[in-house]
Design a protein around this ligand. Sequence first.
Ligand SMILES: [Fe+2]
Ligand SMILES: [Fe+2]
Length: 493
Amino acid sequence: MTDGDTDLSGPDLTGPAPAPDGPVSVVDYSERIPNNVGLAADRRLQRALEAWQPRFLDWWGALGPSLPTRDVYLRTAVAIGRDGWASWSRVPMEQYRWGIFLSERDEPRQIAFGKHKGEPAWAQVPGEYRSELRRLIVVQGDTEPASVEQQRHLGATAPSLYDLRNLFQVNVEEGRHLWAMVYLLHAYFGRDGREEAEQLLHRHSGHPDSPRILGAFNEETTDWLSFFMFTYFTDRDGKYQLGTLKESGFDPLSRTCEFMLREEAHHMFVGTTGVQRVVQRSAAVTAEHGTDDIWRHGAIPLPVIQKYLNQHYSLSLDLFGSETSSNAAAYFTAGLKGRWMETRRHDDHLLTDATARIPVVDDGQISTRTVPALTALNLDLRDEYVADCERGLRKWNGDLAKAGLDWRLTLPHVGFNRQVGAFTGHCISPAGELIGADDWAGHAAGWLPTADDRAQVAALMTPHYEAGDFAGWLAPPPTGINDLPVEYDYVRF
Ligand SMILES: [Fe+2]
Ligand SMILES: [Fe+2]
């Protein structure tokens, strides 16, 4: 299981690929669709997925990375065992082997929560929960191709080949996550599952008529500072959502999400270290020149980094939904979606009598109200997420302190700039004060990126495609990928 600390181990999480004669967990790459789900034994399913594959490749060609490349040094999942699950090689991206992998279980699993607690986990979809499970899978599945679409043009302005390679690694793995969800839809949901799988390729990020399901996945990721913030804050939402689905009573979903979380650790790494390297450079330039205004020195002012952080954090908080949700309660009680680290919690895992406090805005004040804990599960997950976000900030602030600066990055109040839940429609400052609309309008340019900030950031985004060359607005990483040197040519044209 990933936790905050795995963020920084990133690529090192993966060991060498296991020997080809290893345990059953080795994946058959001679098949058109690499998998460890016994696809060859289910002809109908295999045919259905082989029919979907060219449509996926068409989508990748049309809406995947727009920068033409010859090959990219990529990690490919090849096994699901504990002592190594990935191989590394230079791959033409369109030939990446997108496969279907489920974590294996040593023992039969029991449902850990809700009214089916203690029963064996389901190998098939229970008829009574069919539409709820399908919906959960579709919503998760929709985010995966969405982020590839959002990041499509970033290759044109990569700050180094190292960073370009990391972008493409995230992209191919989000593509694989789409495969993971499409497999579940095809294998367990019959014709409506197949139709949903088509829709996952039909909806497009930011499309006026058929946008992606969740708001944050319809904003284009326009520059690399946004990309690092996205992988830090928005991919981290993904990590927490996968964590709840990993607890699901529907075992194939649980095992799928458990495997996805391994890949997700690298996405967290890209975000954590990406922002960190920007902060390091900005801190050094700020300290050297004794001013915040460091645009003219080719670096991003710390207050602008804070504004980008404010925006991505608040958008990502919206992805957790309303603080109170009867759907979340129903999903939990039915055993479909658990809490983060459900099995490590010391309570009855039923929550029928438990209560929780949720924020409310009432009479011009932010206060709290007590509600049944079951209805406050979105907030429970969001609180876990916020605590995890704070860990990265401590690292970044450590670098600011090391540079001798008093400036610190902070997470804004959870009510700041929100479009979903209890704070919607209220003007709340980053410090958490409820303010008037005029006050908000007067301060917004100091709290959220302005058009001018974006233009200045965009002006710094020039491609650096010589091996070992790095843009001046971020520090180079301390080490390369998979023990290769930082100056390795990770991408070839
Ligand atoms: Fe993903
Ligand atoms: Fe991700």
